[in-house]
Design a protein around this ligand. Structure first.
Ligand SMILES: Cc1cc2nc3c(=O)[nH]c(=O)nc-3n(C[C@H](O)[C@H](O)[C@H](O)COP(=O)(O)O)c2cc1C
Length: 315
């Protein structure tokens, strides 16, 4: 593969970890990375987040677990995964062969559950960072229950940071009244970076049966429909904290990704778009390269938080 002269321009640093570019596959939409090995050049990807890993394997919720909506989808998968131990033993040795950053997304039903998963993952060679999922809306314990409560979120962050041998990203829930104050509490508790947003709680109704279309009842809305909300939240959190942010929510092309960078994200994660366009991450990397080249931007980091805000924002 020939390196274009602008390849270096895309490098970013998150909590001391260098990424060759700011394009990352989002948790739950990228499997364990291996699923994409035949579809894209994983060696070009900045990195990817694994499906949420728990101390024990989980089967997830019963179907139907996915519903399509305008500009997005609702899911209530419920953290189905092979378990942290099996990931370390069976998946990691295979995915480590690729030159891309591996972010292990961690989930638990209680603080102790999260810590147990982290300790198992600490044994895994090749993981660069952890992403703590305290924002999953599709489980009755853990997840969003912690992410929506400032004190619970800070308490878990502090414990997780102590247990981790790697930098810690905490993934924020958008289902809160004031995302900036939760972000502040989590950073004060020791988070090295924040990712946002997870899905927004939604619901779809079958008008014939008058039942929810998802077995779980409610689900998490993702895809282009949520992007303006996510960009606004990145902007608000960027003004509240100084740690790097990973922007997520409805990114489907280069200009979507740029919106997040300009609003204050150092990197972006792409989720739902991978389902209908498995090559989307590669296209966004190409697009960011062209954008930098055409505008003689030496470092993409110079765009981060470069939003020009003018006039009266009230009203
Ligand atoms: C089917 C599905 C499964 C997901 N599973 C996880 C997960 O295990 N852990 C997590 O932190 N986020 C999970 N997410 C949330 C995504 O990582 C992402 O935050 C969200 O979908 C918004 O981005 P998008 O609009 O690009 O999809 C999941 C999303 C979808 C659609």
């Amino acid at each position: 593969m020939t390196e274009s002269p602008h390849t270096e321009a895309l490098e970013v640093d998150i909590a001391g970890v260098r990424f060759r570019n700011p394009v990352i596959g989002a948790s739950g939409t990228f499997g364990y990375g291996l699923e994409f090995a035949e579809l894209i050049d994983l060696n070009r990807l900045g990195g990817f987040c694994t499906k949420g890993l728990s101390a024990r394997p989980l089967a997830g919720n019963p179907p139907p677990r996915i519903v399509e909506t305008h500009g997005g989808m609702l899911n209530a998968i419920g953290l189905q995964n092979v378990g942290a131990r099996s990931f370390v033993e069976d998946k990691l040795p295979l995915i480590r062969r690729y030159d891309t950053r591996i972010i292990a997304n961690v989930f638990g039903y209680s603080d102790d559950d999260y810590l147990e998963a982290i300790r198992m993952l600490n044994d895994g060679e090749g993981i660069s960072l952890y992403e703590l999922n305290i924002s999953c809306p599709n489980v009755k314990e853990g997840g969003i229950v912690i992410g929506n409560d400032e004190r619970a979120a800070a308490r878990l962050t502090e414990k997780a940071k102590r247990a981790s041998t790697r930098p810690l990203i905490v993934k924020l829930s958008p289902n809160v009244a004031d995302i900036a104050s939760i972000a502040r509490a989590i950073v004060q508790a020791g988070a090295d970076a924040l990712s946002l947003i997870n899905t927004i709680v939604g619901m779809a109704v079958d008008i014939n049966t008058r039942k929810p279309r998802l077995n779980y009842g409610t689900g998490g809305l993702s895809g282009p429909a949520i992007r303006p909300i996510a960009v606004r939240m990145v902007y608000e959190v960027a003004a509240a904290v100084t740690v790097p942010l990973l922007g997520i929510g409805g990114i489907a092309d280069t200009s979507d990704a740029l919106e997040f960078l300009i609003a204050g994200a150092t990197a972006v994660q792409i989720g739902t778009a991978n389902y209908y366009d498995p090559g989307v991450t590669m296209k966004v990397i190409d697009g960011l390269e062209s954008y930098c080249r055409e505008r003689s931007i030496d470092r993409i980091t110079s765009l981060v938080g470069s939003l020009v805000v003018s006039g009266d924002r009230a009203g």
